[in-house]
Write a protein that binds this ligand. Sequence first.
Ligand code: TA6
Length: 300
Amino acid sequence: MKTVDRLRKEFQVDAISFSETNDEIINIEVNNKYAKACICLQGAQILDWTPVNQKPVIWMSADALFRKNKSVRGGVPVCWPWFGDHVSNPAFPAHGYVRNNTWELKKTETLPDGSTRLLFIFPENDEFKAYWPYKMKIELHVTIGEKLQIVLKTENLSDGDVTLTEALHTYFNISHIKNISVNGLNGCQYLDKLDGYSVKEQQDNILVKEEVDRIYINTPDEVCIYDSGYKRNILINKSESLSTIVWNPWKVKSDLMGDMGDDGYLGMVCVETANAASNAVNLSAGQVHEMSVEYKVECL
Ligand code: TA6
């Protein structure tokens, strides 16, 4: 893994700086005319995106732990090449392998409009091959601007078909759970993880008044988090993603997790851009798949 000094030499551009936590975890700070952001090299996990004159859009736990090979609580964990528990081996890490391991920064650039783009790739390693014996290339393209744009690009380099599930497991920062609704999934079917993954249908906008853990399937590309407290909508616009997961652990589960912070669950909701359950992605040899999402704040 490259040192912070080496990264500075190779990738320092105006809006970018590097820092290292006490556990040798490297963070990349971006500060441009549109927003500030922070991306952890472990997991290529976006930890912050705060547009100018806005409150943070991405939630981070006050008790987040920065530990080697442990996903930080909050931000945008990259769940790949499986979402949730591994389909056949429960001993494998939940939400895939790449969110707990260090990626490589391959390119940084300032775009003509002044936004900042970063390209991360996940390097091959023997341990990963033991979990996932298929030759694949995975990249994360992150653009920090008036919008936050994230592209998760997968290329199947193996000589046969491969099926995967994936998610950008985004924790959103909200004023208070009682002030928000998640809109745009009306009429969609969902698997209710809290009720044996039974299939149900969403009737209205989603209000969160207890633990919610739902995989919405065959969903539209646009979803919105309405927040009356912050007087804003967070507009979520995705492509090549058929699933949307909505999750809030509520109090009991939060307390058990230990890194959600006191009553942290009241200030967050996960709305995840994914391909999960029956929306798993089948890639033929050589096929490229790009799941992407854009976040934008609309003031009310
Ligand atoms: O996306 C929702 C979910 O699958 C929940 O069931 C819960 O497990 C959550 O992800 C967080 O998982 P983590 O492994 O990050 O604690």
